[in-house]
Structures are given as structure tokens and as C-alpha cells.
Design a protein around this ligand. Structure first.
Ligand code: NG6
Ligand code: CA
Length: 524
């Protein structure tokens, strides 16, 4: 080959090389032009339900309840068997999920009344803030229960600070719980459908003159209260707290699931062309359980079963929306519950009477409010079509880890102080979860490490007789080996002193030594 021919061939090779690279680059760009940086910026949706137990989902063992849509997520994603909420009640779990801080570090992170001020400091880093900083459009639809305003809320003006001040671009919420006033929706800080001539007043200590209450007007009730829940009556249901005015703004309980679903779907429709984060916080199966008429009587388990069917249907309808928008392959979906199950949480609604063989806690001991496993171990699923390989994982994971893990997913270096980056575990490519985790139930704490769990001694009743749940209060330390004894029947503390001491030392290293209201205990 002569010299000129060699030059020509080299030139052609170079041209082909350049063309090849250019086409690779432009296909990357085309992904960006569509508004999706496919590899680094998937949409993120957290579907968070309220009081759903470990055993309330068919794939987690519920034989008498059908949950085909949650099952679809579990069977097509990672189904965690050791996934925890941070607390056995709502506000602390939600606080931990959104901030990556253990709730026991914040003395105000307790079940909040509807008048509580915003629990999250507006200067604090949060999950939505972190995602917003990475170009996400962020929204919350559903239950908030993290306080609003500064303690002196005027419900007739823009309510601030609230979700829109801690990282959410959009919010459509109920302030606290379905059983607490105010019983109105709040969209971007404003009460929806409020008539200014009928202003809202809220008080948690005393009634407004002339207003009926559950306590004094049983004739007005369509649902009877069992304990608590005897203050203002809205839609025939007695609530916690007193409310006056706001008639046109009051929600219709039976429509709440549809209302939140429609808002969640609209959020997706409107923001599908940019990376979005949606915290979709459904209210079921928390009390008062008020299924839409189309679900009434569908499970034979009374309202509790029926609202679980309704919530599963909502999950399915929401997945359909993502699917029809072509977003399923580009959306990481996380499904979990804020705490464990309870049957009678203050209303007569047949949850106990119609339970049959169903066990909402599955094989676990305790329930909502409990330091035993069923308080905080909950259904916990990650799903990402085409990206996550279906599997079951025994890795120890907590909702508190979303903050650092999702930061790693989107390329942020923000971290929650107590949050571990378990991205690979959440995406199913790794099985090494946390080494240890502090569990909380109504300001008491316990400690899980490996297969062991330590429950310190606490004063107080062993069983909350109103809700009929074992709380985990014991005179001595409880030490359980979960792999051999999932239902925590054998306290090994006195048999295994060495392990007990090691667990106490490891627990105190994180929690400090001032954790038990029973005081320091002599080890026997
Ligand atoms: C309790 C309520 C209970 C429920 C719970 C909060 C009484 C007697 N009980 O104080 O019904 O509302 O608070 O649940 O009022 S949570 O899931 O939001 O934490
Ligand atoms: Ca809850």
C-alpha cells in the first residue's frame, strides 16, 4: 500500500469513528431532550400507607385478604422481610422518613394534634429539598401529620410554614389524621373550598359553645366511639379536637381515597416531562375506616378489610397512570407503611368482630404502639420495572435510609444524620443491609443488631387494654433472637448475659445511657 492510500484509509477510519461517537452522544441528548436523564434521574414515588400491618398484604402471608396490586409491586420488585418504619406511630415515622433523623432525637416528634406547629425545621435538609436541589419537581399528596404553622395557625389565611417550606413544590394534604380536626384539605397552604363567611376555628382543649360533640350527642353519630374520639362531629363521625365553621370545606370521608388518588394522578400528568418526586401518603387503614360505597362489604372483614381493598385498588389505579404515561421503566416506586396494625383504635367498626382468621401482624408480636416487632416491621417494597430484578431480601433496612440512599441515586451528597446509603440494597443488587437499627414506640426505644433485638425495661402496662396490644413494657431487659424466634416468645436475657451486655453497650453507644424510664437496671 502506498503512502497516499494509507492516509486515505486512516482518514476514512477517523471519519467512521467520529460519526459513531456523534451518534452515541446525540442519542444521550435525545433522552435529555425528552426531559429524562434516563440513567441518573428516574422519577421517585413513595407510596406510604397508614397502619398497614406486616401480615395485611397477601404476599406477606395474608391468606384471607386479596391485595393484587401491592403483590404486583412485591413480586416484580424487592420484597423486604426485615424492613422497618422508624417508629410504631405516625408522626415520628414520617419525620424520620423525610429528614433521615431518628425521631427520638427530637423531643417533639410524637403523635401530633391538628394544631401542632411544623415539626421539621425549615432550615433542615429534607428528602424533598435534596431532590428539588437536583432538579426534581416535588409533591406531597395525602396525610401530613407533621404539624403546620408556628403554633398559632389561622386556618382562614395561608397556612405557613408547612410542606411547601420544607422542600415540596406542591402539597395537597390533610393536616393531621382522618380522626382529627380540621377535617379539610389544604392545597399549597390554603384550605380548599373555604367560604370566608364561615371561618374555621380549631381548639384541642375546649368546645365552641353550642357545637354538638360525640360525647353529648350520640344520636347524631353514624359511627360510635370506643375510646377518645368524642369531640366534634363531622359527617356523623366523632373526632379528636373541636372545630367550628368551614362547612363547605369539610371533606367527605368516603371520597377521601378517590380525592387523593386523583390529585396524585394529576400530579403525574402535569409533571411527567421532568423528573418528579411524589410522596403519596394514603390514609387507609387508619381510623375512622370509611370505604367508598363501591368497596363496602367486599371483604367480609368489615370496614378495615374493605379499606385495605380500597387502598390496594388505589395503588393499582396509580400504577396504571404511570404505565399509560410510559413512565414505569423510569420510576422507582417504594411502598411501605408508617407503623404496624391496630384493630380497635377508638371506634366500633367491627374490625375485631369480623377479623376471622386474619392476622394483621402476621407472625410478629405486638402491633401499633408496640416495641415488639409488629410495631415497626412493616410491608416494605421497592419496584422499578426493567431495572430491579424481582427477589425477596432479608436485609435489615429502614425508611430512615431513603434520604441518603436516594441522594446517592440522584448524585447528591446530602445525607440524613442517621440515614445509611443502602441504594444497592434497595435496587436489589446487594443484600448487606444495616448492621443495627434503633426502633421506637411512643418515645421508648429498642435496639436491633443482626438477628438480635434488645428491649430495655420500661414502666407502664404490658398491654394497652383499649387497643388490646402488647406494648413491650417489661420489668427486665428483653433479648430475642429473631431468626430462631420471630414471634419473640423466648426472652434469652437471663440465659445469655454476655450477649445482653454487648447489646446494651452497642445500644448505649448510639442512644446514650438515659433511655429507660425504669431507670438503670441491675443485670441479674
Ligand atoms: C391516638 C388515637 C388513635 C390514633 C393515634 C394516631 C385516641 C384514644 N387514640 O392518640 O386513634 O389517632 O393517636 O395514629 O385518641 S397515627 O397512626 O397517626 O400515629
Ligand atoms: Ca399510622
Amino acid at each position: 500500500m502506498n503512502f497516499y492510500k494509507q492516509i486515505l484509509l486512516l482518514g476514512i477510519a477517523g471519519l467512521i469513528f467520529m460519526l459513531f461517537f456523534h451518534s452515541c452522544e446525540s442519542s444521550n441528548h435525545s433522552d435529555n431532550r425528552m426531559g429524562k436523564t434516563k440513567l441518573t434521574k428516574p422519577n421517585i414515588v413513595i407510596i406510604y400507607v397508614d397502619d398497614l400491618g406486616y401480615g395485611d398484604v397477601a404476599t406477606y402471608g395474608a391468606a384471607n385478604l386479596e391485595t393484587p396490586n401491592i403483590d404486583r409491586l412485591a413480586k416484580g420488585g424487592v420484597q423486604f422481610t426485615n424492613g422497618y418504619a422508624s417508629s410504631a406511630t405516625c408522626s415520628p415515622s414520617r419525620y424520620a422518613l423525610l429528614t433521615g433523623n431518628y425521631p427520638w432525637r427530637n423531643k417533639n416528634a410524637k403523635i401530633l394534634p391538628g394544631t401542632a406547629p411544623l415539626l421539621i425545621d425549615t432550615s433542615q435538609m429534607t428528602l424533598p429539598k435534596m431532590l428539588k436541589n437536583q432538579g426534581y419537581y416535588t409533591g406531597v399528596v395525602g396525610k401530613w401529620h407533621l404539624g403546620l404553622g408556628d403554633g398559632q395557625v389561622n386556618w382562614n389565611e395561608t397556612i405557613t410554614p408547612g410542606p411547601n417550606n420544607v422542600g415540596f413544590d406542591y402539597s395537597f394534604i390533610m393536616a393531621a389524621t382522618q380522626d382529627r380536626v380540621p377535617t379539610v384539605y389544604i392545597e399549597d397552604g390554603k384550605v380548599v373550598n373555604l367560604d370566608p363567611r364561615d371561618p374555621i376555628e380549631i381548639d384541642y382543649s375546649k368546645n365552641f359553645e353550642g357545637e354538638p360533640t360525640g360525647k353529648d350527642n350520640p344520636e347524631l353519630l353514624k359511627m360510635k366511639w370506643h375510646h377518645g374520639h368524642n369531640s366534634s362531629i363531622v359527617n356523623g363521625i366523632p373526632r379528636i379536637g373541636f372545630m367550628k365553621g368551614g362547612e363547605s370545606a369539610k371533606w367527605v370521608d368516603e371520597n377521601m381515597a378517590d380525592t387523593f388518588l386523583i390529585k396524585a394522578q394529576q400530579f403525574v400528568h402535569v409533571h411527567k416531562d421532568q423528573p418528579f418526586f411524589l410522596y403519596y401518603a394514603l390514609q387507609q387503614p387508619h381510623v375512622p375506616r370509611t370505604p367508598h360505597p363501591r368497596f363496602v362489604g367486599k371483604t367480609g372483614m368489615g370496614p378495615r378489610g374493605d379499606v385495605i381493598k380500597e387502598l390496594d385498588w388505589c395503588v393499582g389505579a396509580f400504577l396504571e397512570t404511570l404505565e399509560s404515561e410510559g413512565l414505569l421503566e423510569n420510576t422507582l416506586i417504594i411502598f411501605s407503611s408508617d407503623n404496624g396494625p391496630v384493630l380497635n383504635d377508638g371506634y366500633y367498626d367491627d374490625a375485631v368482630e369480623k377479623l376471622g382468621d386474619h392476622n394483621p401482624a402476621g407472625p410478629l408480636r405486638g402491633g401499633k404502639y408496640s416495641l415488639f416487632e409488629a410495631g415497626t416491621r412493616v410491608p416494605f417494597i421497592t419496584y422499578w420495572k426493567g431495572k430491579i430484578e424481582p427477589k425477596k431480601s432479608d436485609a435489615l433496612v429502614s425508611q430512615i435510609d431513603f434520604m441518603s440512599s436516594l441522594a446517592a441515586l440522584v448524585g447528591s451528597d446530602a445525607q440524613g444524620p442517621d440515614s445509611e446509603n443502602l441504594l444497592d440494597v434497595f435496587l436489589g443488587s446487594q443484600d448487606q443491609g444495616r448492621e443495627s437499627l434503633i426502633l421506637e414506640a411512643t418515645t421508648r426505644t429498642a435496639f436491633r443488631k443482626g438477628d438480635w433485638v434488645l428491649i430495655p425495661p420500661y414502666r407502664g402496662p404490658a398491654v394497652n387494654k383499649l387497643v388490646n396490644i402488647e406494648l413491650g413494657n417489661m420489668k427486665d431487659f428483653g433479648l430475642y433472637h429473631l431468626k430462631n424466634d420471630l414471634s419473640q416468645q423466648k426472652n434469652l436475657a437471663s440465659q445469655n448475659l454476655e450477649k445482653l451486655q454487648q447489646m446494651i453497650a452497642d445500644f448505649e453507644a448510639i442512644r446514650g445511657s438515659d433511655y429507660s424510664n425504669a431507670g438503670k437496671l441491675e443485670l441479674k
